[in-house]
Design a binder for this molecule. Structure first.
Ligand code: TRP
Length: 442
């Protein structure tokens, strides 16, 4: 692999991976599923899933990527010696990012619109009654939906076109700003509301509130939030120089991703508690109630704009790894230049994404098919878990001990290596089987 295709430093690599992991899942999904599931006990299960399953699979992806040094699709066939069974995993490393990016880009576009309208003062008139209908009218406006989806795809393509160096440049701008904005917003909400209620809610372990459904959601979200199960860490790992530590990187990515999810709760919960919202509303709260409530803070209009900028940055740093996955495959498979590879993959994903963009009222046919909801369902409940399951089996049972210990930089009798091997061989696949069986039963 040539020099152009490696990260210039371990720090940039970690920042890029954190960028991929931190996204709408942290800012949107985590606060509301933790809320729906009653807080404390759910959070504990979630943290357990992150440690037992998330981190080992994340490390497994990095190992596979760095060992194979090729696009995710080929990495699997290369290391499996071309065995047919593993073609399924190769396929998922192409299919899942394709599907995810097609609708993630639409949602990312919403944050751009809200940012623009907040900063120009066009959201100041919204009230708790009118914010829902405003959002409804926006998502069912076909022109706006397609335009924002196009902008996000073009921005992402502009970066990916320049390869790893392009990603590095973008990450160097996006991540520090992301850090500053999230800290600023947390301080603003903390100084107005304090953290007491939020912390009580997150760390009060009342197990009577925990349901089987909640446990499954915690499991599912653990790998959604870390961006595992579709090869994102395989492709980023492929560009990671041999001399840096995979374990250290993996731990940083996991810790920072989790911290951001908690910060999101600190920003959002006081608002939920303050307005006594219905649980059902919480899924769309990010673009409805929250936009009104943010205007009540000091400097409201700008705080609100800053918040949607934060969401946009989080989403954009995630779309990068998704497009990189597809582009690196297209580039290698059809022997295209980086520019042509990027153009082709962007165009196909953009085109398919239009079905999602128009599925929230923009077009009768796509709306009746519920394209966006269905794709999200297929992805979160099936293709990501199956991908993660196969990756853990692949790393646990197909990769040799020699490869794993070399990549991790640990001797085979090192307790850390033994724990990793146990988790990736037995614990992670077993937990995953639990998800599948209960999914089928339900
Ligand atoms: N982790 C992202 C989030 O929290 C979503 C995601 C899942 C993702 N898998 C991914 C992003 C792969 C980039 C690449 O929003």
């Amino acid at each position: 692999m040539d020099q152009k295709k490696t990260w210039s430093s371990s720090l940039l690599f970690i920042m890029a991976c954190v960028g991929s992991a931190v996204g709408l899942g942290n800012l949107w999904k985590f606060p509301y599923i933790a809320y729906e599931n009653g807080g404390g006990a759910f959070v504990l299960v979630y943290l357990l899933c992150i440690v037992v399953m998330g981190l080992p699979i994340l490390l497994a992806e990095l190992i596979i990527g760095r060992e194979a040094r090729s696009n995710a699709f080929e990495a699997v066939s290369k290391l499996s010696g071309g065995k047919h069974f593993w073609k399924l995993l190769s396929f998922l490393c192409l299919f899942s990012p394709f599907i995810l990016l097609s609708f993630y880009s639409v949602i990312a576009g919403w944050s751009l619109d809200y940012f623009y309208n907040a900063i120009t003062g066009n959201l100041t008139h919204l009230t708790f009654e009118t914010t829902g209908p405003h959002f409804g009218a926006f998502v069912s406006n076909p022109t706006k939906q397609i335009s924002y989806h196009t902008i996000i795809m073009l921005l992402t393509a502009g970066v990916i076109m320049k390869g790893v160096k392009g990603i590095e440049k973008a990450i160097e701008v996006l991540m520090p700003f992301f850090g500053i904005i999230i800290l600023t917003l947390s301080v603003i909400t903390l100084s107005k509301y304090g953290a007491g209620k939020t912390l009580n809610f997150l760390f009060e372990f009342d197990f009577s509130k925990l349901t089987t459904k909640g446990i499954l959601e915690a499991l599912g979200h653990a790998f959604f939030t870390l961006s595992i199960g579709l090869g994102a860490m395989i492709i980023y790992g492929a560009y990671f120089p041999k001399e840096h530590s995979i374990i250290r990187a993996g731990i940083w990515i996991t810790v920072l991703d989790t911290l951001v999810a908690f910060c999101a709760c600190i920003m959002i919960y006081p608002i939920i508690f303050g307005t006594g919202m219905e649980v059902k509303e919480s899924a769309s709260i990010l673009f409805t109630t929250l936009s009104v409530e943010l205007h009540h803070l000091p400097g409201g209009q700008y705080v609100c704009a800053l918040f949607y900028l934060l969401v946009a940055f989080a989403a954009l740093s995630s779309t990068l790894s998704l497009l990189e996955l597809v582009t690196s495959y297209v580039e290698d498979r059809f022997k295209l230049s980086r520019l042509k590879g990027t153009m082709l993959s962007t165009f196909i994903i953009w085109l398919f994404g239009i079905c999602s963009a128009l599925s929230n009222g923009g077009n009768e046919f796509f709306t009746s098919l519920k394209v966006m909801d269905r794709l999200d369902y297929i992805l979160s409940n099936w293709s990501l878990p199956i991908g993660a399951f196969l990756i853990s089996l692949f790393c646990g049972w197909v990769l040799s001990e020699e490869i794993k210990s070399r990549e991790l930089g640990l001797k085979r009798d090192d307790p850390r290596y033994i724990i990793f091997n146990f988790l990736i061989r037995y614990a992670a696949p077993a937990l995953m089987m639990v998800i599948f069986v209960s999914q089928l039963v339900n």
